[in-house]
Design a protein. Structure first.
Length: 512
C-alpha cells in the first residue's frame, strides 16, 4: 500500500521541520499570536517524524479530551483517512505499520498526569502548553526519552500568551533565561503571527491573482499590512472587547495577556538602561522580601516624583549571614552607603531553627553588615503595614504599584499620562516575573500566589511604598576617608575568608 504523505509547509512551519531533523535543539517552543498554524504544524510534523523513524513512540497532548479530539484526532483522520484503521480507540493510540506509535494524551489536573510519569516517548508535542501547570510540563518532559539507537528525542510546545504557565514559558523561550543544562540540551523559540499563515488571506489572494509563493516573498511588514486589511480573522481579533486580548492574540505580545495583574507594564516603557545617570544626592532606600527565596533591591526617587528601582539581588537556599554577605558586597561595589532597608516583618522574629543562633534574621544580617561595612553599613527596619481607609496592606501596595506604572497615550501615540515607575535592565528577575503575575480569582484586588514568582514584586512594592511620599533630594554623604580603605584596614574577618567571599559573591552576581 502507498500512503500519501504530501505536505505543504509555510516558512515558520518549515523552520520547525528543519529543527526536528537535527539532533540539536531538543526542546522547541512555537508560540505567539493566535492563528499562526502552530497546532497544524506540530500534528503534521509529528506524524511525518514517526514515519521517518520506525519504532518511535510519539505523544500529542492537550489539557482536555474534547480539545484533543476536535483539534487533533479528527483533523488527522480528515487529512489521512487511511490512518483510522490503525487507531485503537480505547487506548487512544495509532499503531503505524513501521512499528511506531502515536498516543493522544490529556490531563486536566496535576493528579491526572501521573499515568504519563516514567513512560517513554521519543517525540512529544504539547498543544496550548500555557494551559498546563509547570508541574505537568515537567512530568511530560521527564518522559521524553528513547531507546531507539541514534535517535535524539524531541519536545515541542505550542502556546499563546497567557495561561497558568505564561511566566514559565516566557522566561524560558522569550527571555532566554535558561539553566546550563537547558542550554546544553538546546531550547529554541519560533515566534508566530497571524500573517505567517497564508490561509487567512487565500480568498483575497485568489481575487488579486497573487500566488502563495508570491505572498511569502513579501517582507514581513507587507504581509502584516495585507493580513490586517484583508483577513476577516484579523478583524475578529481586533474587535475583541478586551484590549489586552487584542495585544496578546493579534500581536502576540508576551508582556500583556488576559488575566494579567499589571496590565500597564511594558518593557519598552518601564525598563531603562543601566547607564542612566541618577544623581547620588537622591534619597535612596532598600527593601527585602525574605524567605527561602530572598530578594533585595534598592532605588531612589527623583525630584519630579518618579521612582527608579536601580538594582536587585536574588538569592535562594542561603543562611541569613550568607545573604547579608552577598547584599553587602553588592552595596560596596556600587558605593551605596548607610542605606535604610525596609524588610519583611518575618525577619524580625526569633530564628531558633538555626542551631546555636537565638537571633532573628534581621539581627544576624545587621551584624554581618556592620562587620563588612563598618559605619557605612545599612540598617534594617521592619515594613510598616498600617492600614489606609480600612484597606489591607497588600491591596494598598498593589494599587500604589499600579498607579506608578500607569500611562496613557493619545491617538497620535504620544503620552498624555507618563508612568512614574522605572527599573534598570539589570533588575532581571523583576522584569521577567512581573508580566506573569495574574489576578486571584477569589479576589481581583490581589495576586494569585500559586501562579508565577511574586518574590521580586514583593520586594519592589516595599521599595515603592517607602519612596512614594514626596522627598527633597538629599545632600551627598560626606565621607572623611575612602570607605574602601576603611574596609581594608578595619573589617574583622581574615583575608583568606574575604577572598573566598568575594569569589563566591562574583559567581552569585553572574548567575542572577
Amino acid at each position: 500500500m502507498i500512503f500519501n504523505l504530501d505536505i505543504e509547509l509555510q516558512p515558520k512551519q518549515s523552520l520547525l521541520a528543519e529543527n526536528l531533523n537535527e539532533s540539536f535543539p531538543g526542546v522547541i517552543g512555537f508560540g505567539g499570536a493566535k492563528g499562526g498554524a502552530k497546532s497544524h504544524a506540530m500534528r503534521t510534523l509529528i506524524n511525518l517524524h514517526l514515519w521517518e523513524y520506525p519504532g518511535t513512540n510519539g505523544l500529542i497532548f492537550r489539557k482536555t479530551y474534547s480539545e484533543l479530539l476536535e483539534n487533533h484526532i479528527m483533523r488527522l483522520f480528515r487529512d489521512y483517512p487511511y490512518m483510522r484503521e490503525w487507531y485503537i480507540k480505547n487506548d487512544k493510540i495509532i499503531e503505524y505499520p513501521n512499528g511506531s506509535t502515536l498516543r493522544f494524551g490529556f490531563a486536566e489536573y496535576d493528579s491526572d498526569i501521573e499515568p504519563f510519569n516514567g513512560k517513554e516517548y521519543g517525540i512529544i508535542g504539547i498543544d496550548q502548553a500555557e494551559q498546563l501547570s509547570q508541574y505537568m510540563i515537567a512530568i511530560l518532559k521527564g518522559s521524553n526519552r528513547s531507546t531507539v539507537p541514534g535517535y535524539a528525542p524531541k519536545f515541542i510546545l505550542t502556546f499563546n500568551p497567557g495561561g497558568i504557565s505564561h511566566a514559565f514559558l516566557k522566561t524560558k523561550f522569550v527571555d532566554r533565561n535558561l539553566t546550563d543544562g537547558e542550554r546544553k540540551e538546546g531550547w529554541m523559540f519560533i515566534q508566530s503571527h497571524g500573517w505567517d499563515n497564508v490561509e487567512w488571506v487565500t480568498n483575497s489572494l485568489i481575487e488579486e491573482k497573487v500566488s502563495k509563493k508570491e505572498y511569502y516573498e513579501w517582507t514581513d511588514l507587507e504581509r502584516k499590512e495585507y493580513f490586517l486589511k484583508n483577513a476577516p480573522y484579523a478583524q475578529n481579533l481586533m474587535s475583541l472587547p478586551d484590549d489586552d486580548l487584542v495585544e496578546a492574540y493579534l500581536w502576540g505580545r508576551w508582556d500583556v495577556f488576559s488575566g494579567q495583574f499589571f496590565t500597564k507594564f511594558r518593557q519598552d516603557t518601564h525598563v531603562v538602561p543601566d547607564s542612566l545617570y541618577l544623581d547620588e544626592r537622591y534619597e535612596r532606600r532598600g527593601s527585602i522580601d525574605y524567605g527561602s527565596t530572598t530578594v533585595f533591591n534598592y532605588g531612589c526617587r527623583s525630584p519630579n516624583g518618579s521612582i527608579y528601582i536601580e538594582n536587585e539581588c536574588y538569592t535562594e537556599d542561603m543562611t541569613p549571614s550568607e545573604r547579608a554577605s552577598v547584599i553587602a558586597t553588592m552595596l560596596m561595589q556600587n558605593k551605596i552607603w548607610k542605606l535604610l532597608i525596609y524588610a519583611d516583618t518575618d525577619m524580625f522574629s526569633d530564628f531558633r531553627n538555626y542551631t546555636g543562633a537565638e537571633k532573628s534574621p534581621a539581627q544576624i544580617m545587621n551584624e554581618v553588615f556592620t562587620n563588612m561595612m563598618g559605619p557605612m553599613a545599612p540598617t534594617l527596619i521592619p515594613v510598616s503595614k498600617k492600614s489606609e481607609d480600612a484597606r489591607k496592606y497588600r491591596v494598598l501596595c498593589n494599587e500604589a504599584f499600579k498607579e506608578y506604572l500607569n500611562w496613557k497615550k493619545n491617538p497620535d501615540g504620544e503620552f498624555s499620562l507618563t508612568p512614574r515607575l522605572f527599573m534598570k535592565e539589570r533588575c532581571v528577575k523583576l522584569i521577567t516575573t512581573l508580566p506573569g503575575l495574574v489576578y486571584d480569582k477569589k479576589n481581583r484586588s490581589d495576586i494569585d500566589p500559586a501562579v508565577g514568582n511574586d518574590h521580586p514584586y514583593d520586594a519592589a512594592k516595599y521599595l515603592v511604598m517607602s519612596l512614594r511620599e514626596q522627598r527633597r533630594p538629599g545632600e551627598a554623604i560626606t565621607i572623611e576617608e575612602d570607605p574602601t580603605q576603611w574596609l581594608i584596614h578595619n573589617v574583622l574577618i581574615p583575608q583568606q575568608r574575604r577572598l573566598k567571599l568575594a569569589e563566591k559573591t562574583s559567581r552569585t552576581f553572574m548567575q542572577y
